[in-house]
Design a protein around this ligand. Structure first.
Ligand code: C2E
Ligand code: CA
Ligand code: CA
Length: 745
C-alpha cells in the first residue's frame, strides 16, 4: 500500500487548485482575444465587400452612360441624317455608324432603326450583316426603343434643340439574343440645327455591348477589379463577390462577380501564428509562474511547520527553548504525582564562555554552545528535558525519586563532563559549568518560583567559585540579583570610606614558608548583605564607569602597603576598562610617586582579552609600565583560546594559571599535561608561572613538580586584611632576626 505523505498531498492539491483558475483565465483570454480578432477580421471583410460592391455598381452605371456617350459622337451629326434618312449609304454607314463603332468603341452590335423602328442597318461581330437578321433582336430591345420614343414625343428633343437639355437616350441592361448586354438607343439628330425632322420620324441608333469575358477583362484592367466575370449562375466560391445585375424594370440580367479582397482574412493569416506563439509563451510563463507559486506555497507550508518548531526550539542546538522548557515544567508540576516523584530544575551557566567568545569570535562561541548541548544531551533520561535557555545557559527538567541525591549526582557528572576540553576551531577550549538546582517540594510549587530559585542557586554557584552545583536555600539573598541596586549602592560605597576595603592574599615561593608578595583584592562590605564578592560588583563597576574610581582606590591602598614593605611584590588587578583609558599610566605613576612605592615591587594583573583587542592605548600603556620596571602578569591564564600564541607576541613577566586548571589537577592526566605544557612554554619564554587557587596538598605537589614559581590559594592562605598581612610580615621579620635564621632580601 502506498500513500502520499500529507504534506506532499496538500501541496499537490494546492497546486491543482492554483492551476485551474490560471488555466481558465488563460483559455478565456485566448478565446476572447481570438474571437475579437476573428470578429474584427470578418467586419473588415464585410466592409471591404460593401465597398467593392458599391464600386462595382458604380462601374456598371458608368458603363450604362459610356455607351450613349460613345454614340453621341456619331448620332448628333447632320451627315448621319443625310446618309441614313435622306439617302441611304451603306458604306458610309458602315464606316461611321456601324463597323466603326466596333473598331473605335468596341461595341459588339449596332443597328439603325428607321422611323417605324425597322432595322435598316445591322453590324455584328465586326462586320455588317443583313439588316433583317437584327429583327430577331428587336423583341429584346423593344421596351427601350418604346421608352425613347416616349421621351421624344414628350419633348426631350425639343429641349435638346433649344439647348436646355442633353440629347435624350435610353440605356439599360438587357438580354439580347440570349446574351446579357448593355444596350443603348439614341435618335440621330442634327448637330447644327440645319436639318429639321418631323417629330417622331427620327431614325434610331442602337448599340449593344455584350457582358462577356472579354468585356469583363477590360473592366478588370480598367478598374483594377481582380478576376471580374459575368455569369448567369453566379459564383459559389467564398473568395468571390457576386452582384446580381438587374435592368431598370427590375429583371435579372446576369451576375457580375469578381475576386473579392479579404483584408480581414489576410490579417488573420498574419496574426494567428503570432497570436498562437504569444499564447504558447503566455501559457509556458503561466505554467512556470504556477510552478514557482506552488514551490513558494510549499515552502510556506514547510515554513509554517518549521516556524512552529522554531517557536519551541533553539536553532543553534536544536534543543527546546525557554518557552518550551517553561511549558514542560508547568506541565510536570501539574502532573507528576507528589510523594512518589519529585520535579527538579537544573539551571546551568557556562563558566568562561565569554572569554572563548571574545577571543575566538562568535562562530567559535556558537560551535562551543552546540558541542556543550550535545555533551549535556547524554545525561538526559527518557521523559526529562534539556533546553537551551539563552546565551550560554542551559536547563534540565528532571523527575526523580524524592530527595536531592539524584539531581546532585547528575550535576556532578555534568560538571565533570563539561570540564573536559572542547575542540573548537581545531584548538582546545576549556569551559566549566555552574549549576543551580531547585526542587519542587511543596504541592503548590509554581514554575516561575522554581525557575527563580534555580536562578538564585546558580548565581550562588557562580559566586562561590564556579564549576560546581548549588541547591537553592532560602537563605540565599536575592538582593544581588538586581544590577541596578548593586550599581547604586556601589556608587554610594565609593563616596564613603568605611564600606570598601582591600584585602591581600599572600603569594608563596616554592619553599611555601615565606610570603614573597600579595595580591590586592577589592572588598565591599554591604550593611544589609554583608561581604559582597568582587565577582558581583567588579562587572557592574566596569559597566557603569565606576571601575576607574574603584581601581584607583585599590591601587592607592596597594601602593601604600607596598611602600611600607619594599621588596614585597604587590599584585593589583587591572580591568581592561582601566587599561583602555589613556590617562591610566599617568595615574599609576603619580600614585607610585605619591606613596613612595618602588615600581619594581608593583605587578599589574591583566587578562588576555585586552591583548587580543589590539587596542593601541592598552599595548602602549603596557610597554610604558614594563619600561618603568612595573611587571605585567597575565591573569586567569588558559581560559582564553590562543593564549600561548599571544605570549610570543606580547611580552609579559608572569602568567597565572587559572584556578579551573588547578582544581582539576587532582583528577585525570589531561589537565596535568596542559599545565605542564603551559609551564614549559612560559619558562622557554622567560616568563614566571603562578598557580592560583591551590586548595589541596596534592595540587600543590603536582604544581611544584611541574615547576611553578609562585603559589596562591586557600591551602596556603586566604585573602586577609592589610593589618593581618602586616602582622605576618612582622612575625617573619622577628623570626628572621632570631639567631640561626636569615631573610634574603
Ligand atoms: P582573581 O584575580 O582570579 O583573584 C583570585 C580570586 O580567587 C579571589 O577571589 C580569591 O579570593 C580567590 N581564591 C584565592 N585562593 C583560592 C582558592 O584556593 N580557591 C578558590 N576557590 N578561590 C581562591 P575574589 O577576591 O572573590 O576575587 C574575584 C575576582 O574579582 C578576582 O579574580 C579578580 O578578577 C576580581 N577582582 C578582585 N579585586 C579586583 C580589583 O581590585 N580590580 C579588578 N579589576 N578586579 C578585581
Ligand atoms: Ca588576579
Ligand atoms: Ca585569577
Amino acid at each position: 500500500m502506498t500513500s502520499t505523505p500529507p504534506r506532499q498531498r496538500t501541496s499537490w492539491r494546492s497546486s491543482i487548485a492554483l492551476l485551474i483558475p490560471v488555466a481558465v483565465c488563460l483559455i478565456a483570454t485566448a478565446t476572447v482575444s481570438l474571437g475579437f480578432v476573428v470578429w474584427s477580421a470578418q467586419g473588415e471583410d464585410q466592409r471591404s465587400l460593401a465597398h467593392e460592391t458599391a464600386l462595382a455598381r458604380h462601374i456598371i452605371e458608368l458603363q450604362l452612360q459610356r455607351i450613349p456617350h460613345d454614340q453621341q459622337s456619331v448620332t448628333i451629326w447632320d451627315d448621319a441624317i443625310t446618309h441614313t434618312k435622306l439617302s441611304f449609304d451603306q458604306t458610309w454607314i458602315e464606316n461611321n455608324l456601324g463597323v466603326w463603332m466596333h473598331e473605335f468603341f468596341r461595341h459588339d452590335e449596332v443597328a439603325i432603326l428607321d422611323d417605324k423602328d425597322r432595322p435598316i442597318y445591322a453590324m455584328a461581330a465586326a462586320a455588317t450583316i443583313p439588316a433583317a437578321e437584327f429583327e430577331a433582336r428587336l423583341g429584346d430591345i423593344k421596351p427601350l426603343v418604346a421608352e425613347l420614343r416616349r421621351l421624344i414625343s414628350g419633348g426631350a428633343l425639343t429641349a435638346f434643340e433649344s439647348g436646355r437639355a442633353e440629347a435624350p437616350f435610353i440605356s439599360d441592361l438587357a438580354i439580347v439574343g440570349g446574351v446579357p448586354s448593355l444596350v443603348s438607343v439614341e435618335p440621330i439628330v442634327s448637330d447644327s440645327g440645319a436639318i429639321t425632322q418631323a417629330r417622331g420620324t427620327e431614325y434610331l441608333h442602337v448599340s449593344i455591348v455584350h457582358l462577356d469575358a472579354a468585356y469583363a477583362s477590360r473592366l478588370s484592367d480598367e478598374y483594377f477589379i481582380a478576376g471580374a466575370r459575368f455569369s448567369r449562375r453566379g459564383g459559389d466560391a467564398t473568395d468571390r463577390a457576386v452582384m446580381p445585375l438587374t435592368n431598370a424594370a427590375g429583371r435579372f440580367v446576369t451576375f457580375f462577380d469578381w475576386q473579392r479582397e479579404t483584408p480581414g482574412a489576410m490579417m488573420l493569416r498574419q496574426t494567428l501564428p503570432v497570436m498562437a506563439i504569444g499564447f504558447l509563451v503566455a501559457g509556458i510563463v503561466a505554467l512556470a509562474l504556477v510552478d514557482q507559486l506552488r514551490r513558494k506555497s510549499h515552502a510556506l507550508e514547510m515554513g509554517r511547520a518549521d516556524a512552529e518548531h522554531l517557536a519551541y526550539h533553539d536553532p543553534l542546538t536544536n534543543l527546546p527553548n525557554r518557552a518550551h522548557f517553561e511549558t514542560a515544567l508547568a506541565r510536570s508540576l501539574a502532573h507528576v504525582p507528589r510523594g512518589e516523584r519529585t520535579v527538579s530544575v537544573l539551571m546551568m551557566d557556562l563558566d568562561r564562555f565569554k572569554q572563548v567568545n571574545d577571543t575566538l569570535g562568535h562562530q567559535a562561541g556558537d560551535d562551543l554552545i552546540a558541542a556543550v548541548g550535545q555533551r549535556l544531551a547524554q545525561f538526559i533520561a527518557p521523559g526529562d528535558m534539556l533546553a537551551r535557555l539563552g546565551g550560554d545557559e542551559f536547563g534540565i527538567l528532571t523527575t526523580h525519586t524524592p530527595g536531592i541525591s539524584e539531581p546532585m549526582s547528575l550535576s556532578h557528572r555534568i560538571v565533570e563532563a563539561i570540564g573536559k576540553p572542547f575542540r573548537v576551531f581545531g584548538s582546545e577550549a576549556f569551559v566549566g559549568v555552574s549549576i543551580g538546582i531547585a526542587t519542587a517540594e511543596s504541592a503548590e510549587a509554581d514554575w516561575r518560583e522554581m525557575l527563580r530559585k534555580a536562578d538564585i542557586a546558580l548565581y550562588e554557584a557562580k559566586t562561590t567559585g564556579r564549576n560546581r552545583a548549588v541547591v537553592f536555600e532560602e537563605s540565599m539573598n536575592e538582593l544581588l540579583q538586581n544590577r541596578h541596586t548593586i550599581e547604586a549602592e556601589l556608587r554610594d560605597a565609593l563616596r564613603r570610606t568605611d564600606r570598601l576595603s582591600v584585602d591581600f592574599q599572600p603569594l608563596f615561593g616554592p619553599d611555601r614558608t615565606r610570603i614573597i608578595g600579595a595580591e590586592a583584592l577589592a572588598r565591599w562590605y554591604h550593611p544589609a548583605i554583608g561581604q559582597v564578592s568582587p565577582v558581583h560588583f567588579i562587572p557592574v563597576a566596569e559597566q557603569s564607569g565606576l571601575i576607574g574610581a574603584l581601581g584607583e582606590l585599590v591601587l592607592r591602598r596597594a601602593c601604600e602597603f607596598g611602600a611600607r614593605w619594599p621588596g614585597t611584590m604587590i599584585a593589583v588587578n587591572v580591568s581592561p576598562v582601566q587599561l583602555r583609558d589613556a590617562g591610566f599610566p599617568a595615574r599609576v605613576f603619580a600614585l607610585l610617586a605619591e606613596t613612595g612605592m618602588r615600581a619594581a615591587d608593583l605587578e599589574l594583573e591583566i587578562t588576555e582579552g585586552i591583548l587580543l583587542e589590539d587596542s593601541g592605548t592598552a599595548t602602549d600603556a603596557l610597554r610604558m609600565f614594563r619600561a618603568a620596571g612595573i611587571r605585567i602578569a597575565l591573569d586567569d591564564f588558559g581560559t582564553g583560546y590562543s593564549s600561548l600564541n599571544y605570549l610570543k607576541r606580547y611580552p609579559v613577566d608572569r602568567i597565572k594559571i587559572d584556578r579551573s586548571f588547578v582544581t582539576q589537577l587532582a583528577g585525570g592526566s589531561v589537565p596535568v599535561a596542559i599545565v605542564e605544557a603551559m609551564v614549559r612554554l612560559a619558562h622557554a619564554l622567560n616568563i614566571e608561572v603562578t598557580a592560583e587557587g591551590v586548595e589541596t596538598p596534592e595540587q600543590l605537589e603536582i604544581l611544584l613538580r611541574l615547576g611553578c614559581n609562585v603559589f596562591q590559594g586557600y591551602l596556603l592562605s586566604p585573602p586577609i586584611t592589610a593589618a593581618a598581612l602586616e602582622s605576618l610580615f612582622e612575625a617573619e621579620r622577628q623570626a628572621a632576626q632570631r639567631p640561626g635564621q636569615s631573610r634574603v632580601a
